[in-house]
Design a protein around this ligand. Structure first.
Ligand SMILES: NC(=O)c1ccc[n+]([C@@H]2O[C@H](COP(=O)([O-])OP(=O)(O)OC[C@H]3O[C@@H](n4cnc5c(N)ncnc54)[C@H](OP(=O)(O)O)[C@@H]3O)[C@@H](O)[C@H]2O)c1
Length: 296
């Protein structure tokens, strides 16, 4: 069984991006800049934001984090986004989710200039993705990272049956739409399953490529997988484990131990899809910079 190593691919990608950022700095005296806004003090969000900032620095990009109190009004947050939209040193804007209750997440998504929406959540970017204009949009980072993994590991996709379990706007829906595109690394027959799907195993057992984005620990078990399938695990779930120092550990939406003897290739958790998400955020920020500076 082939282990699809997202940690290694993301590290390779960062090395490649650093070379490009350094070259751009030498020729234009400018570098890409990502600004992340965090509202409130959610500890998990703070870790994600710190990791994003650290990764920016690793590839030579500018990164800034704007911390706003949990009591921030929608009006104040939107004003900050408009200010960043107008700032030519900012090439990517990301508002870390979840947001406090008083803030409408959709209004925030709509406020970000689509040309700086490096998360790929804006309907203009999602719409272009659905229409197959991947070179003119930002693809949301997790599905984009999975596409990159499939490509780098030469996983055959054309004509394959891809089953995506989960239909969130940030993972499941863009993922399924990507795999449907008539492109070299996609071109699949696609099925989407969700919480109202009856008899999910009947669908997952038909999958040549199975992508799990559910948010339920080890939901996909060996009896749900066709022998030889490629299994991509998006899930990040913390479960109790008294054998570890912290008393918990991370597992995916897939039962890795049970499925690895029958799958042909799999992503581990951690070290699979997770590291790719940040790498693709940087890639989108670099792309934004290259677009505005005519470097593409
Ligand atoms: N690795 C990464 O970088 C990364 C990035 C993003 C997310 N994640 C992880 O990926 C997982 C999914 O994230 P998300 O944002 O897509 O989650 P989400 O918004 O909660 O969506 C979960 C999806 O799974 C479906 N679902 C839930 N229970 C189900 C069940 N029993 N049977 C079938 N489908 C079910 C839901 O169906 P309904 O639509 O019917 O409710 C929904 O479409 C989470 O563990 C998250 O932490 C990882």
């Amino acid at each position: 069984m082939l282990i699809i190593d997202g940690k290694k691919v993301s590290s390779d990608l960062k090395t490649e991006m650093k070379v490009r950022v350094d070259a751009h700095r030498a020729t234009t005296r400018k570098v890409p800049g990502l600004t992340v806004i965090i509202v409130g003090e959610d500890p998990a969000s703070q870790v994600y934001v710190r990791n994003k900032a650290k990764s920016c620095v690793e590839v030579g990009m500018n990164s800034s984090v704007i911390e706003m109190p949990a009591s921030t009004s929608q009006e104040v947050l939107l004003a900050k986004i408009h200010e960043l939209n107008a700032n030519s040193d900012v090439h990517g804007i990301l508002v870390q989710q979840p947001l406090p209750k008083q803030i409408d997440e959709f209004a925030v998504t709509m406020a970000i200039d689509p040309a700086k929406d490096v998360d790929g959540f804006h309907p203009e970017n999602l719409g272009k993705l659905v229409m197959g204009h991947l070179d003119r949009c930002f693809v949301s980072c997790t599905p984009y990272g999975i596409l990159e993994l499939l490509g780098r590991y030469n996983i055959e996709t054309k004509g394959k049956h891809c089953v995506v379990v989960g239909r969130s706007n940030i993972v499941g829906k863009p993922m399924a739409n990507l795999m449907l595109q008539k492109l070299e690394a996609t071109n699949c027959t696609v099925t989407i399953c969700h919480s109202a799907t009856k008899n999910i195993p009947a669908y997952t057992r038909q999958a040549d490529i199975l992508i799990a984005a559910i948010g339920k620990a080890r939901f996909i078990t060996a009896d749900m997988v066709k022998p030889g399938a490629v299994v991509i695990d998006v899930g990040i779930n913390r479960i109790d484990d008294p054998s570890t120092k912290s008393g918990t550990r991370l597992v995916g939406d897939v039962d890795y131990e049970g499925i690895s003897p029958i799958a042909s290739a799999m992503t581990p958790v951690p070290g699979g899809v997770g590291p790719m998400t940040i790498a693709m955020l940087l890639k989108n920020t670099l792309q934004s910079f290259e677009r505005v500076n005519g470097l593409l």
